[in-house]
Design a protein around this ligand. Sequence first.
Ligand code: ZN
Length: 150
Amino acid sequence: MSELRELYQEVILDHNRNPRNFRIMEHPTASVEGYNPLCGDHYTVYLRMEGDRIADVSFQGAGCAISKASASVMSQLLKGKTKAEAEKIFETFHTLVTGKREDMGSIEEVGRLAAFAGVREFPARVKCASLAWHTLKAALEGESKNVTTE
Ligand code: ZN
């Protein structure tokens, strides 16, 4: 168990140090700003849709290690997915970090998302971990107003 915990820790550290898709997108079809005032996490999530598929997703901004790593993992997982697939992954992530899901499901199913399951013990951290996801969801749904966790 502690080995698994260390592995998850490593995922978060790695994505915080080298965030993937951490850039401003030139021609997004949608972009939404997300803010978590409790921690100070502040990101813009960019989205480029091609039909029903997410052709590109990127983010830019600043925040704590958990918020940044979560946005990074999210961008990797969602690129190339359809809107429906993305929403399913969002649900999986959400139930995982809010602890509504007791079993973790198969590792194949949750993959790197499992790294964030530990935040469920820390309600303030759940907001850090889910900020980019809520922001992305708003962008997917074509909302243009900013997202805040409060
Ligand atoms: Zn944070």
